[in-house]
Write a protein that binds this ligand. Sequence first.
Ligand code: HEM
Length: 352
Amino acid sequence: MKALLLLTLALHFVAVMTVVGSLAMTTWFNFVGRMKKDNCQLSASLVLSRRLPVLMTYLINLGVPPLLFAQVLYGRALYTSSVLIGVLWISVIGMLIAAYYCIYRTYDHIKDGKAGWGLSLISLILVISIGQIYSMNMTLMLRPEVWKEMYEASPHGLLMPRGDATMLPRWLFVMTGGLVFGGAWAALLSHMKHIDEGTQRLLRRSGGALGAVGVIVQGVCAMLVMQRQPEGIVAKTMELGLANAGSMIYVAGAALALVLGLLHLGPKAPLAASIGGVVCAFLATTGAVLVRDGLRDATLLTKGFDVMDRQVVTNWSVVIIFLLLFVIGLGLVGWLLSIMKSATPVQETVTQ
Ligand code: HEM
């Protein structure tokens, strides 16, 4: 359960960060492109926005598995915090639908030569607000000492949790990851042969620069998350082997992603460098997920909740069916990707 939680959560974070970064870049390119009547910027916004609906699908579908695993492992804590902020928690559904709608409309507008940046900006605001609600819940679940007081103050789930110094940097860590993955994603898309050379160059250079800057900004947020932990928690976390390894994987992955991002600033960058950038950013995210998990377990341990302290009776037939379906699912995704690859690309250029 732990392994699956960690793996699927890392994938969820990758999708969240790519959506945040793509939305920010779409907004920027479309706004500046319209102001300056610059076809390359407009085409870059079209290329990015065209892929947003699919990215959003991944974000949501890769959010469901960790939610299931987290509920099984941390149910007592997670259910309580979800109920305490019930109204906000439920509002995520409406916000998500609105954000998704805006994403579809953004692409339609840009494709038809209309302004799309307003819609993508609304979607970006909704998406980062949803991220904040998640951070509220995931930090409130670690503070059983405030639950009773919050419930007495408002049993209707109308309150927002306050007084947790880690909440803001935790949220910022994932959101600034948008710069890293948005940049890496744009750099990767710059290799598509059917887009014009100016748009390729713009996506490659701005993607590389954004990714490199993002690694530094995100690193600062990571340090803030660690600094703001209650006394003794970081030391306790680092005693857990996986978290320790995670911190090293994070640093190595982030450093490599930074170097690979900078490589894109030159006149040309090989496809391998762009793929490497995505892989290293993924490694860094996986490392961060391991540290995050260690922080949660260490915090909950100090409050009498040991996630490993449970009776497990494995239902092997279900596990085997799950793993089989998982592998078949991966195979199907690979097959669909190969079909996509052989399809004739549509025109992805905007002219004004
Ligand atoms: C636009 C939509 C979304 C955004 C921006 C977003 C963002 C985030 C962020 C920032 C966190 C980390 C919170 C923290 O630890 O401080 C998080 C965790 C999580 N998200 Fe999402 N999320 C989105 C949608 C979803 C959806 C639709 C699901 C499930 C159906 C989901 C499932 C989860 C789970 C389960 C975790 C935490 C798991 C754990 O603590 O082990 N997310 N998300």
